[in-house]
Design a protein around this ligand. Structure first.
Ligand SMILES: [Zn+2]
Length: 97
């Protein structure tokens, strides 16, 4: 898929709402052991969450376990706690990390 300038658009699915967004508008979450990283340059398997408040809140909900589905592995509840803290930071900063 290309935009009007002919650049390739990379679409990624939000793990929470399931809608597709341009990759660079999403928050990339990578999990390394029990460490959650929101550094988009970090290597490793990533999942994407959009910047909607509801999606961030849902992504941080351990009962929904969206990252266990996205990563096809068990995700420690400590990871969701980190995502919750990060999502609050994102919301306070109007979408910036
Ligand atoms: Zn979403």
């Amino acid at each position: 898929m290309k935009n009007e300038q002919g650049n390739t658009i990379h679409l990624r699915r939000c793990v929470s709402c399931g809608k597709r967004f341009e990759k660079n508008t999403l928050i990339r979450v990578t999990i390394h052991g029990e460490t959650v990283s929101l550094d988009s340059n970090r290597q490793g398997r990533g999942a994407y969450v959009c910047r909607e408040k509801e999606c961030l809140t849902a992504a941080a909900n351990a009962k929904k376990n969206v990252f266990a589905r996205a990563f096809k592995r068990k995700v420690d509840s400590a990871v969701y706690e980190q995502i919750r803290i990060l999502s609050e930071t994102v919301q306070e900063n109007n979408g910036k990390i």
